[in-house]
Design a protein around this ligand. Structure first.
Ligand code: ARG
Ligand code: GLU
Length: 720
């Protein structure tokens, strides 16, 4: 049965012929599904050149970087290219006030100067295998969802173990098409990955949050690392005796330049998409989840911004948090707008109607899918209310710093109680390590700001939900305070012990006897009452809807594969290796607006503004610009290009992915999408969806001319 399904995927997609632009394709199925179309669009490579288990192929130059981004190998000495925002944490970790690499950049001038990063990994894919049949071994139709799940897990575990026996490889299995297909991945993970270089933030983060998700773009969003291996070229923990990894494959870099209409492909690890949502699911996302999350984040950002502007220390303390809150705030805003503009719900409904028409030839299936659709309606109707409540907790209340802080005390109380019962002898000893972290909170927290955050979040929580939907504790508190949430926040901060450093210190010194103080603390109560409600009255529902929906989507997917022969089905992104391809192309995002397909350094100078952090430009870049000293990196008109857009279907996780030309040579690094098209996670619209790529010529120009690290360029294989 499962084999049959895959056959459907392959067959129908082939008979229909897949098209460029939309789709995140499985590398090992390129031959069957995409090769013909890719060639038609200009690709000069065979599927085997891109993914092969018999010989070295492009896949051997691609890694999942740090678990969430992508990176590519660009020299035979293990040099790795990714985004600045992907290496940001590492660059920040090595920075101090005296050696501020974030601000000024960092460049190792030889290998001995490269900086180790404990915990940072680079994962290669050795091979992937369809294990659908194997994971379903001994499956019985009468099994409950839980039994089915545990059967699959147990089977997968065995297959995974077998696959890596006698090797240093690792393996994992993931569901595709909502569990209609399972693929096992065999991987090799390197653990000694060193920082080689990063441009200053005014280049690597140029435009900051203002330009984030926006085209036209001028961000030099790249950083350079190097993978080290043991003397046997295998992964090893950090050691100064490790040597640069000799890769099976490294990418050639093409600086001849690109034109509109050129074939491109992006090879990387896209994180998550939901392309096959039922219309009611899209409706819930764009009309409930996105707006609620956006409004809560907007308020948080507004408050944080005010306090960060007023105080430098606050700005530094909250910079990373602000950036991550802002990133998805903007993305969701773009997504809900794009879905609306594209009439996504209507399109889904039309699709569902068409589907039922196709099914009409089969009486049994007609009943089955009508029932299924009715259940979709019913579930989403119920789920929406709970999902909204969940968002108000996770995006609202979790946005209060003191709320997240209070979570730490849950464990403290539990462990301390066990100690009292004589079941946790080491408590006091272990607790000595926890104490500084708990006290540490008070060194960085901006109390005034957090009071405002708490007041605002409680207020929005109160107004956004109906009576029966709220945590009763919060509801009655707000009623008692006649809606004055600022007074509540102030009083909590004033009277709470855990929010008072000195009082807290005393309590922590004798914590085993003081658990009742913490338990009755007003801040802890706000936290624990909320979580009790959340864990009993929200989470169990959202989890069970999600579980049921997964089962239903599996059936729906199976039906679509069977009946909708006109559509190309690619599996949703799930942080596994995918290839997407499309052409370099400008766009027309809105009436009256046309986007060119590339930007140049001229635009950096146009945006330059010493008064705005996001648009500061250091003198050295201005000098190079004034002299037009672009060397071999200029385009044929003598301009230095910075970024370009193309119609590639990408998502979060594709950051740092190599953007390759028709021959598989590196022409840039993917780092973002144009705002109008961020809906592509739910519905791809070829007219407005564009990925944003950093032109590799700008990267090399910065390394060579700006940073004076030209020795690195010599290490690379440059095609001129
Ligand atoms: N929007 C890009 C991506 O999701 C870049 C994010 C980092 N940049 C920033 N300004 N916060 O993830
Ligand atoms: N910046 C994103 C990332 O970190 C890529 C942009 C996108 O979501 O397409 O993966």
């Amino acid at each position: 049965m499962k084999k049959l399904l895959l056959a459907f995927v392959v067959l129908f997609s082939v008979s229909v012929g897949v098209k460029a632009d939309e789709g995140m394709w499985l590398p090992y199925l390129l031959k069957q599904l995409n090769e013909k179309d890719m060639k038609k669009n200009g690709c000069k490579l065979s599927a085997e050149d891109i993914y092969s288990i018999n010989k070295s192929s492009l896949k051997d130059a691609i890694v999942q970087f740090g678990g969430g981004c992508t990176g590519e190998i660009i020299s035979d000495k293990g040099l790795l290219l990714t985004n600045h925002h992907c290496g940001y944490g590492q660059i920040a970790n090595h920075s101090t006030v005296e050696k501020d690499y974030l601000t000024h950049g960092f460049w190792a001038m030889n290998q001995s100067e490269e900086l180790p990063n404990p915990g940072l990994t680079a994962m290669f894919i050795i091979r992937m295998e369809d294990v659908t049949e194997k994971v379903n071994k001994n499956m019985q139709t009468y099994f409950s969802a839980v039994q089915k799940d545990s059967t699959i897990r147990a089977n997968a575990k065995e297959i995974e173990k077998e696959a890596v026996k006698g090797t240093h490889y690792e393996s994992f299995t993931r569901p595709f098409y909502y569990g209609n297909m399972y693929i096992m991945f065999v991987t090799e993970t390197f653990k000694d990955v060193r920082l080689v270089g990063a441009p200053p933030s005014f280049i690597g983060k140029f435009g900051g949050d203002t330009d984030n998700w926006v085209w036209p773009r001028h961000t030099g969003d790249f950083s350079v690392f190097r993978i080290y291996a043991g003397k046997d070229n295998k992964p090893a923990e950090y050691s100064k005796d490790n040597v640069p990894y000799v890769p099976k494959r490294s990418l050639k870099i093409n600086i001849k330049g690109t034109e509109e209409g050129d074939f491109t492909m992006v090879y990387g690890f896209p994180g998550r998409t939901q392309e096959y949502l039922f219309s009611d699911g899209v409706d819930m996302l764009m009309n409930v989840n996105d707006p609620v999350r956006v409004s809560l984040r907007e308020k948080r950002l507004e408050i944080m911004d005010k306090y960060m502007k007023a105080d430098d220390q606050t700005r530094i303390n909250y910079a990373a948090n602000y950036a991550s809150v802002a990133n998805y705030w903007k993305k969701w805003l773009g997504e809900m707008t794009g879905l609306k503009v594209s009439k996504a719900v209507e399109k889904k409904k039309a699709w569902e109607k068409l589907f039922l028409e196709q099914v009409a030839t089969n009486a049994e299936d007609t009943k089955k899918f009508n029932d299924l659709f009715n259940e979709f309606h019913k579930i989403y109707e119920e789920y929406t209310g709970y999902s909204k409540q969940q968002d108000y907790v996770t995006e609202g209340l979790f946005g209060i710093n003191a709320f997240i802080y209070a979570r730490n005390f849950e464990k403290v109380i539990n462990e301390a109680k066990k100690f009292k019962d004589g079941k946790n002898e080491n408590f006091n000893k272990d607790f000595e390590k926890t104490k500084p972290t708990l006290i540490g909170f008070h060194k960085t927290i901006n109390r005034e700001m957090d009071i405002q955050l708490m007041a605002a979040m409680l207020d929005m929580y109160d107004k956004g939900l109906k009576k029966g939907e709220k945590v009763p504790y919060i509801d009655s508190m707000i009623v008692a305070y006649e809606g004055n949430t600022l007074r509540i926040a102030k009083e909590i901060y004033e009277t709470s012990t855990i929010l008072n450093k000195d009082k807290l210190s005393k309590v922590l010194d004798d914590v085993a006897n003081k658990t009742d103080v913490i338990q009755n603390d007003p801040m802890y109560l706000l936290y624990s009452k909320t979580m009790t409600h959340y864990n009993a009255k929200i989470r169990p529902y959202t989890t069970s809807y999600e579980q049921r929906l997964t089962e239903m989507y599996k059936i729906y997917m199976e039906g679509q594969l069977k009946y909708m022969k006109g559509k190309q089905f690619y599996p949703d992104a799930n942080s596994t290796l995918r290839l997407t391809y499309g052409k370099i192309k400008g766009s027309k995002p809105k009436d009256g607006i046309k986007y060119d397909y590339y930007t140049t350094i001229d635009g950096i100078m146009e945006k330059e503004n010493p008064a705005i952090d996001d648009y500061v430009v250091f003198p050295k870049l201005k000098e190079l610009y004034a002299k037009k000293d672009y060397g071999q990196y200029a385009d044929k008109n003598g301009k230095l290009r910075v970024a370009f857009i193309a119609a590639n279907h990408t998502t979060g996780g594709n950051s740092g992915s190599p953007v390759l030309n028709a021959k598989g040579e590196l022409i840039g690094t993917n780092f973002d999408r144009a705002w109008e098209g961020t809906m592509s996670d739910v519905m791809y619209n070829p007219d407005i969806c564009r990925n944003i790529t950093l032109d590799v010529r700008y990267t090399l120009f910065i390394i060579d001319k700006y940073a004076g690290a030209g020795y690195l360029v010599k290490e690379m294989n440059i095609v001129k």
